[in-house]
Ligand binder design. Structure first.
Ligand code: LLP
Length: 463
């Protein structure tokens, strides 16, 4: 993740050993379109609007903290991915980034498919009307019940993640009198340049079957022998929040090499390859993510070239972006509470949410941006740490950022690029009530996931 040092350094810079912060931006009122969703603007009177509505009005109507999701931006990103890959490829949105019934309907309307990784995600997808054949089931430890529900529903394919699962899925399909389309997930041995918790293609981790040592080839041998399975492809997912696209290219080459080996050994040309998700997004102005059409062009070119060299028919390519679609489309709106200046260090700005609505900073040391959105300000920049209201000092939302020095309790601040892995990883820590997700479009907000209530908490507490 990007990181640059403050050239001058604040006072007592020796205490700030981490160097997470960038130089103060020249204009604290500016909203960098790289990190804000596309309908976000600041009006001449200083208010920030999204989907044509002022955030202060949204706060009044829906409360804070809350996630505001720019529906037009979500749909535009779906279209960009679909157009980049074209009719000969499939885009599966990774539901783990954020899933709700409204999102499923948008995906359906925009012609995307859906990757689910649990019974809960599968239920949401089916309930919202996603056709089963456009759903893929993932997971390193799918339960027999999850497999059975997916096979019975008729999902498009299941991605097999282990030798045991090959047999499990085959037995369940046999019992249900079905032949299940499957892909085999391989680990291609690429070290993706991202946080170690979200890198998945090196060998020492729990996902997939290694290409190295012939394990993946053995998995293919076994899958091809089982009547309950129709092996249609090979799957690779190298990790998440990746900027350097070289890893995807190496993965594509290695997967095509396996297809050639399979053809040579079994006389079978598998018709599909899936290269997973993982494309990074801009959380701060320092991040420069690749565009969908660039990644599509380079993957298509590599696969076509490698297949031609091995005299293979070019398989149908699929990808599974999650973060790159939903991440940039939402921001979290907070109300400023306590402001605590620590002389010579920085100012702690407490908001009405925290690690319960965004665990990514604590978990991955993730970086975020923040802006004052209920008004503009010409005050001097002040180095702040935006923290939550939870009972631990690691409860940090934005580690180092600049906000205007006249910031006051009651101001609204927003953290952009929180559409992915924030609501979906939210918790009830300290009995916090998980915030709503409000879709904003054409001058109106619509709750698509409602705010939790104390009744919700008590309903689960049956002791
Ligand atoms: N496909 C598979 C098989 C995956 O495991 C994932 C993410 C994706 C696609 C989507 O990856 P994306 O395009 O969203 O990067 N909680 C972490 C990210 C975990 C990603 C898990 N798998 C975070 O907040 O950064």
């Amino acid at each position: 993740m990007s990181r640059s040092a403050h050239p001058a350094g604040p006072r007592h810079a020796d205490v700030l050993t981490e160097g997470h912060y960038s130089a103060p931006p020249t204009d604290l009122n500016a909203l960098d379109p790289k990190v804000w969703s596309r309908t976000v603007t600041r009006t001449p009177d200083g208010q920030v609007t999204v989907g044509g509505i002022e955030v202060a009005r949204l706060a009044e109507e829906f409360g804070t903290p809350a996630y505001f999701l720019d529906e037009a931006d979500f749909r535009a990103r779906c279209q960009a991915w679909r157009d980049a890959f074209g009719p000969d490829a499939d885009v599966f949105y990774a539901g783990k980034a954020f899933l709700s019934r409204a999102v499923v309907r948008w995906l359906h309307e925009e012609g995307l498919n859906l990757d689910v990784c649990s019974a809960g995600e599968l239920t949401t997808a089916l309930d919202a009307g996603m056709p089963a054949e456009r759903i893929a089931l993932h997971g390193n430890n799918k339960t027999p019940e999850e497999i059975e529900r997916a096979v019975a529903a008729g999902v498009g394919h299941i991605v097999l993640d282990s030798f045991q699962e090959i047999v499990r899925v085959a037995h369940i399909a046999d019992r249900l009198g079905k032949r299940q389309r499957v892909q085999i997930r391989v680990t291609v041995g690429v070290e993706a340049h991202t946080h170690e918790f979200i890198a998945t293609a090196h060998e020492d981790q729990k996902f997939g079957i290694a290409l190295a040592g012939g394990e993946a080839a053995e998995a293919v041998r076994r899958a091809l022998k089982l009547d309950g399975l129709e092996l249609v492809g090979i799957h690779s997912h190298i990790g998440s929040q990746i900027f350097d696209t070289a890893g995807f290219e190496v993965a594509a080459r290695r997967v095509v090499a396996l297809l050639a080996e399979i053809r040579d050994e079994h006389g079978v040309e598998l018709p599909e390859i899936d290269l997973g998700g993982g494309l990074g997004i801009a959380y701060t102005s320092d991040d420069d993510p690749a565009e969908p059409h660039d990644i599509a062009n380079s993957l298509r070119e590599i696969v076509t070239r490698e297949c031609a060299a091995s005299k293979l028919r070019t398989p149908r390519i699929s990808v599974e972006p999650g973060r790159a679609i939903v991440g940039p489309t939402a921001f979290t709106l907070y109300e400023v509470g306590t402001i605590k200046p620590l002389e010579g260090l920085r100012t702690y700005v407490s908001v009405d949410g925290g690690m319960s609505d965004n665990i990514r900073t604590a978990l991955y040391d993730a970086e975020y941006s923040v802006a004052l959105v209920s008004r503009s300000s010409d005050a001097e920049p002040m180095l702040v740490r935006v923290v939550g209201k939870h009972c631990e000092s690691g409860d940090i939302v934005v580690r180092d950022a600049f906000l205007p020095a006249d910031l006051a309790p009651g101001d609204l601040i927003a953290v952009p690029a929180t559409g992915a892995y924030c609501r979906s990883m939210a918790s009830n820590y300290n009995h916090a009530l998980r915030p709503p997700v409000v879709a904003v479009k054409d001058g109106a907000g619509r709750v698509i996931v409602r705010r939790e209530t104390e009744e919700d908490l008590l309903r689960l507490d049956v002791g």
